[in-house]
Ligand binder design. Structure first.
Ligand SMILES: Cc1cc2nc3c(=O)[nH]c(=O)nc-3n(C[C@H](O)[C@H](O)[C@H](O)COP(=O)(O)OP(=O)(O)OC[C@H]3O[C@@H](n4cnc5c(N)ncnc54)[C@H](O)[C@@H]3O)c2cc1C
Length: 523
């Protein structure tokens, strides 16, 4: 790739705008950095000492929309691949340059226009990191209502390109419900706006994972920031009663901001259950005591349980069937967290009374909800120490309608559970269905065995999703990892994608090797 020519192009753009030129970085460090996103498989490869498989030839940090236009034109003229990159927080390898070329970092595109807020609209550049954007909106009394766990390291462009979901999606919707139009740079290097009636062109770009063009900004639906929260935890014996409660709640028209159900072991791990546990409720220790006949006193049982749990984790991730079966026997309570948020205290009380009054499960009071709010961004960041300790951890989010939900849960849990320790929560619930978020951890004797086990785990999980006729992704996107499972999900979608892609990107420069245009799964 002729980097000097690219640099001259960017200098010319900067001279026209009388500003500094966009930075190009072709150093080994930058190329290695942009060869990976947060897909754990690539992290495992790095841990195994493998060199980066997908480095770009150069990274360009666009400082304005005109840089994006010129980089696209430059790439098209030379048939150089171009991968739009936001935060690089994707967990499926979507932002990985499979064929080299330019990694176009968009984080500096952070203009914001809230002058139409009374209409409920704001314009934001694609590079906004979610937390910064929300902060700026909050300062103006507004919210986007989009709170992914990765809010501190992901961008608006990434949300749009992967159909992201925030933690409060039951009330606010996913990002596709929050965008009313966007502007992208097409293959010819033209700015195209999709803010209009008729055929929904916005939907063509949303979820396209950088394969149709570069999104530079979007009109978003914003609303007055709700500052009054009310929350409750509820106890469910197994997931079924709480799932019925969630479905009925939504189908009767309620829209709580938080609606999360943890299965038995996720309830235990999340710690939220502990926050609302009545003194009389059984604990892990009391369960262990029950199983060993109640022969030891409480303090000894607690220490025994902690020692046993630590020893178990180290050893038993290598024996997932036994670990999964053991977890099922020890714990059987599930926690449902329900929260409402409103801008006005009286309204919050009224909505809370309606919502909480409609739930026929034993209440644990407000503590589990408050605990969840206080720790809601913590869980994802606990994965790194486990990776560093030689294990692997990942999450799999899938979705289906209410009728199929129990089947999907059982089948996927069983399939994953043959390879890894697995738990789940149900966190994005809608009128017609819900998503399931499986978290799993595995261990093998060495790094290459870990990689093999990771692949086998995903193969088994995705096959189970296909057999259950469910959606292979709810909000993490497809990337490289799930590309092989797309046909089972969309049934014929590839036949529609090919001509659309050929029309939108005849030279195939935009993020090659993604969605249906994928040569390899699990490189
Ligand atoms: C700890 C952690 C927690 C997470 N929690 C959530 C969660 O709660 N909800 C959720 O939805 N996801 C979550 N994710 C996944 C990830 O954050 C989302 O997929 C997010 O939308 C990716 O945004 P990004 O800016 O990092 O995109 P990147 O990873 O940089 O890119 C993702 C894809 O979007 C494309 N893209 C990026 N910007 C543009 C653009 N401007 N124009 C065109 N294409 C573009 C890229 O080419 C790539 O195909 C989590 C990830 C991590 C690591």
């Amino acid at each position: 790739m002729d980097i000097d020519s690219l640099a001259q192009t960017l200098e010319a753009v900067a001279a026209r705008g009388q500003r500094a030129a966009a930075r190009i970085d072709a150093s080994a460090g930058a190329r290695a950095l942009y060869s990976r996103d947060c897909w754990p498989y690539l992290t495992l490869q790095a841990r195994a000492g493998e060199s980066a498989r997908f480095p770009p030839d150069a990274v360009v940090h666009a400082t304005g929309v005109d840089d994006v236009v010129e980089v696209v034109r430059w790439c098209r003229a030379r048939r150089v691949p171009l991968v739009p990159v936001g935060g690089g927080s994707g967990v499926a390898g979507a932002a990985v340059p499979t064929s080299g070329g330019v990694a176009l970092d968009l984080k500096l595109l952070d203009d914001l226009d809230t002058s139409r807020a009374t209409t409920g609209l704001a314009w934001a550049g694609a590079g906004w990191i979610g937390a910064r954007l929300e902060h700026e909106l909050n300062r103006r009394g507004l919210t986007l209502g989009h709170f992914p766990s990765s809010i501190g390291c992901s961008t608006l462009g990434g949300y749009l390109a992967t159909r992201s979901a925030g933690q409060l999606s039951s009330r606010h919707g996913k990002i596709e419900d929050l965008v009313v139009g966007l502007t992208y740079v097409s293959n010819e290097g033209r700015l195209v706006e999709t803010f209009g009636g008729g055929h929904d062109l916005t939907a063509l770009l949303v979820g396209s994972e950088g394969t149709f063009g570069v999104i530079v900004g979007a009109w978003l639906r914003v609303e007055e920031r709700p500052v009054h929260r009310r929350s409750r935890g509820y106890l469910s014996h197994g997931v079924a009663p709480a799932l019925d409660g969630m479905r009925e709640l939504l189908q009767r028209g309620h829209r709580p901001a938080v609606l999360r159900l943890y299965d038995e072991f996720d309830t235990y791990i999340s710690g939220a259950r502990k926050a609302g546990r009545p003194a009389s409720a059984p604990t892990l220790v009391s369960r262990v005591r029950q199983h060993i006949g109640g022969a030891v006193d409480a303090a000894a049982a607690r220490h025994a349980a902690i020692r046993a749990a630590n020893a178990l984790l180290g050893r038993s991730l290598g024996a997932p069937l036994a670990l999964n079966a053991g977890a099922r026997r020890i714990y059987d309570d599930c926690l449902l967290v329900v929260g409402v948020e409103e801008p006005d205290a009286e309204l919050a009380d009224a909505v809370a009374a309606d919502v909480f009054g409609a739930i026929a499960l034993p209440s644990l009071g407000p503590a589990p909800g408050e605990h969840w709010y206080a720790h809601r961004y913590n869980v994802s960041y606990k994965m790194s120490p486990l990776l560093a300790a030689g294990m692997f951890v990942d999450t799999m989010e899938v979705a289906t309608d209410w009728d199929n939900l129990a089947n999907l849960y059982a089948e996927v849990k069983e399939a994953l559970g043959r390879h890894v320790f697995v738990m789940a929560h149900f966190s994005h619930a809608y009128v017609t269905g819900c998503s399931i978020y499986f978290t799993f951890a595995g261990f093998a004797a060495d790094d290459s065995a870990c990689l093999a086990k990771y692949r086998a785990t995903w193969d088994a999980g995705l096959q189970a999703v296909a057999a259950a006729g469910a959606a292979v992704t709810h909000h993490h996107g497809v990337g490289i990892m799930k590309a092989g499972a797309l046909d089972a999900d969309h049934r014929g979608g590839g036949a529609l994608f090919a001509p659309l892609k050929a029309a939108a990107d005849p030279d195939g420069i935009f993020n090659p090797g993604k969605l249906w245009d994928t040569p390899t799964v699990f490189p």
